[in-house]
Unconditional design. Structure first.
Length: 191
């Protein structure tokens, strides 16, 4: 697997000083976050395998969900505004998703204790997986170069994927807005 180097906290643009902004970087600081997408999974592609620890220290594997549909969503960081909106919307629609045979797992680079705190704070009730080395995010094409405020760094591109019973990508939404994850999944299943 391809490694993208140091974690986002050590990635900067310009002369390597995170506080220094050139005139080009200052202009970028006023613009919205931009993303360079490395690759994307397409409908029909095999879903890349994973085996990650959840918030309770249990190993969760993609193969554990064979025979059922699975909504896999990647989020940048637990307990931040967008991630909370997305995760709580999934929590609030958990019964609707289960009624149509859809399991849910969330994946972020956060360690299991932070995932557990996030789960307990909001009562999410579904697996939150720790991809601390971002290897799974890389395989799924969601670990990307990002640009914000004149800085370049690597991080999660908020994305969601509907995986069919055979382990293939049925639908991919990358990037996805936090509030669109559930409606996208429900619409895909209604079609």
């Amino acid at each position: 697997m391809r490694s993208f180097g140091p974690p986002p906290s050590r990635r900067t643009a310009g002369d390597g000083n995170p506080g220094a902004l050139t005139s080009v970087n200052a202009s970028m600081a006023r613009e919205a976050l931009t993303v360079d997408v490395v690759k994307s999974l397409q409908n029909g592609d095999p879903a890349p395998d994973f085996a990650l620890l959840d918030q309770h220290g249990e190993t969760i594997r993609l193969e554990d969900h064979r025979g059922r549909k699975l909504l896999v969503y990647f989020y940048p960081e637990a307990d931040t505004p967008g991630c909370t909106t997305q995760s709580c919307d999934l929590r609030d629609h958990r019964q609707d998703l289960a009624a149509i045979g859809l399991d849910v797992v969330g994946i972020s680079p956060d360690p299991p204790p932070k995932q557990l705190a996030f789960d307990e704070k909001y009562g999410l009730g579904f697996p939150l997986l720790a991809d601390e080395d971002h290897a799974v995010a890389e395989a799924w094409g969601t670990w990307v170069e990002r640009h914000r405020g004149g800085h370049t760094f690597f991080g999660i591109l908020r994305s969601s994927f509907l995986v069919d019973e055979e382990g293939r990508i049925e639908q991919a939404w990358s990037p996805v807005k936090p509030e669109d994850t559930v409606p996208n999944a429900l619409a895909a299943q209604a079609a």
